[in-house]
Design a binder for this molecule. Structure first.
Ligand code: FAD
Length: 555
């Protein structure tokens, strides 16, 4: 059986595969399979390093499936005078869009200006202009300032009594977990080995320097050891936990803040485009329409709880509902209108005396005396530059003792997706053609958008055999098969949450088809009773978490 890295994109032969690489030596081991770890794996493997990435749960289990899902420059950070951060991530928007135009989609944002709001008309006009200039935004995408009437015309749900005008500017929308997955898949193509459900539990040392890691494999229930010249931790909110295994934390520590989003049926908040708006306590939040739903977020509060169990509490959801009702006076939403939620942790760097919203979003690199390199902070949008920074550090050290030829960073040229699109125009044409093709099936009209925005041209491997009775159940099974064969999908929650986004964006389909998926996976992986129980428990727990705010008093 050929079990090389490229071949290993599913978990079926996991035992043989792990045995074949146990005790092997790597140039670089990366701990953490969020966007940061994925980016590092792609950068390092494409330069020529032999890479192993280890994720304790599923890829993007942490913050990278729980963000606002925008590829944005962070307009807000201009107010905090973070020009370098805004310039860097702002420029990265266009790069990431070019690399994955089906997954990083242009999205205009409307910023209504209201009486007593955060930014006046003059401040907004200057702020958005600076944003365009330092982020090198193309002429046709530059900001437009609108009158109160024009703003109301673009968004009829806004309260005209409060409106003073609006700013209209360009950002991009994405799916954070899918983006992470596409980067992981590309890293695998370049030879990286990427394993989910592989938790690093300890380190190996040689002459007091880290020389490898010990993992607990949560699929096989066994431990394995891997050696490496260098080990990088990209563990997001878990960075300090991992750092504390190798030595004292020192002065710089993480400061975790929680951000919550809620999901509504689109018809409950039928906004015409994405909005970034002031709310009564002086903060600003996003409302983003996405197919059959609109989502709204986020909150920003200190967090000291369980990092693996972050969820929206009733108070978080009520805060967002009140904010929506204050901005769109005719919608009158209540807690009952909320279909789903998600909550994530920002792994920020602690600064004494600063409130959650004031903390810098800049990334930070920590190096321990025994060689562990850790990175935390930053933005989803800036993943590529963070990866470049880390891999530059690693290759500089590596070249001192190895004559192996390594390339310079060229991730700005590595297109993401199985059969990449050249530009967004192609994506639109492809989606329209798919939409036509799906008219002959029982799928709903938004299926083409859902499929292309999630899987790109990978849909061709999902829709291999459609006919007039092809319905949502058939689609789900085909998606699951694709996930198992190409994306290391191992559980029902991998599919419903991080591969398809259904847990957030179509929770009805999760409740309706959970048994179907569970039974397919149980048969495919020949699970015993306890494995089946575990799969059901894991998904139930994720469902309970997103609906926790409804039942807070009982659990
Ligand atoms: P994570 O995604 O948390 O990944 C770390 C991984 O390490 C986890 O999957 C974890 O399971 C794994 N791990 C931990 N310990 C171990 C171990 N011992 N062994 C193996 N694996 C381990 N940025 C944007 O650009 N745009 C946005 O719209 C945006 N919105 C946001 C909204 C919210 C509410 C939040 C919280 C953040 C937002 N961000 C946004 C920031 C962005 O999401 C994060 O910067 C980014 O996702 C962090 O990725 P990461 O890979 O560093 O961390």
């Amino acid at each position: 059986m050929i079990l090389n890295q490229k071949r290993y994109s599913d978990n079926t032969n996991r035992f043989q595969f792990l045995q074949s690489i146990n005790q092997q030596s790597f140039d670089l081991i990366i701990i953490g399979g969020g966007i940061t770890g994925a980016g590092i794996a792609l950068d390092a493997s494409s330069r020529g390093l032999k890479v192993l990435l280890l994720e304790q749960k599923d890829f993007a289990f942490g913050t990278s499936s729980r963000s606002t899902k925008l590829i944005h420059g962070g307009l807000r950070y201009l107010k905090q005078l973070e020009f370098a951060l805004v310039a860097q991530v702002g420029r990265e928007r266009a790069v990431v869009h070019r690399l994955a135009p089906h997954l990083v989609i242009p999205e205009k944002l409307l910023m209504p200006l209201v009486k007593g709001g955060s930014y006046g008309r003059f401040g907004t006009s200057i702020g958005l202009k600076v944003y365009d200039i330092i982020a090198d935004v193309k002429k046709e995408d530059r900001r437009v300032m609108l009158s109160a009437e024009e703003t109301k015309e673009r968004e009829p749900l806004l309260d005209e009594n409060d409106l003073e005008g609006g700013g209209y500017y360009a950002e991009y929308r994405t799916d954070d977990a899918r983006l992470t997955m596409e980067i992981i898949k590309k890293a695998i193509e370049f030879g990286a080995i990427c394993l989910n459900y592989a938790e690093v539990i300890d380190f190996k040392y040689q002459d007091r320097n880290i020389s490898g890691v010990k993992i607990q494999d949560h699929i096989l229930g066994e431990s394995f050891t891997f050696n490496a010249d260098y080990v990088v931790s990209a563990c997001g909110p878990w960075v300090d936990q991992v750092r504390s295994k190798v030595g004292p934390l020192g002065d710089k520590k993480l400061h975790l803040t929680k951000g919550v989003h809620l999901v509504l049926d689109y018809n409950k908040l039928p906004i015409q485009q994405s909005l970034y708006f002031d709310i009564p306590d002086g903060r600003m939040i996003f409302a983003i329409p996405r197919g059959r739903i609109t989502y709204v977020g986020t909150t920003d509060t200190n967090y000291n709880g369980d990092k693996g169990q972050v969820r929206a509490e009733k108070a978080d959801v009520t805060y967002l509902i009140d904010a929506i009702n204050a901005t769109f006076p005719t919608v009158n939403l209540s807690l009952d209108d909320v279909e789903s939620t998600w909550a994530g942790l920002r792994p920020l760097i602690h600064q004494e005396g600063k409130s959650p919203s004031e903390l810098s979003r800049k990334d930070e690199v920590f190096e321990s005396e025994n060689g562990l390199i850790s990175i935390a902070g930053g933005k989803l949008t800036g993943y590529r530059k963070m990866a470049e920074k880390i891999v530059n550090i690693v290759t500089k050290k590596f070249k001192k003792h190895s004559s192996k030829e390594l390339k310079e960073c060229f991730t700005q040229e590595i297109k993401l997706g199985q059969y990449a699109f050249n530009n967004f125009q192609e994506v639109k044409i492809y989606t329209a053609a798919l939409s036509e093709k799906l008219k002959g099936t029982k799928l709903e009209s938004y299926a083409a958008n859902y499929l292309v925005y999630n899987y790109g041209k990978g849909v061709e491997d999902i829709l291999t055999d459609i006919n007039d009775s092809f319905d949502e159940a058939s689609l789900i099974i085909e998606e699951v098969k694709y996930g198992v064969e190409n994306e290391l999908l191992y559980s029902s929650s991998d599919y419903f949450n991080r591969r398809s986004g259904r847990l957030y964006f179509n929770i009805h389909s999760v409740l309706q088809y959970q048994n179907l998926v569970h039974e397919f996976l149980a048969k495919h992986f020949t699970w015993n009773e306890s494995q089946q129980k575990q799969d059901r428990y894991q998904l139930d727990e994720e469902i309970r978490n997103v609906l926790h705010f409804k039942n807070e008093d009982v659990s």
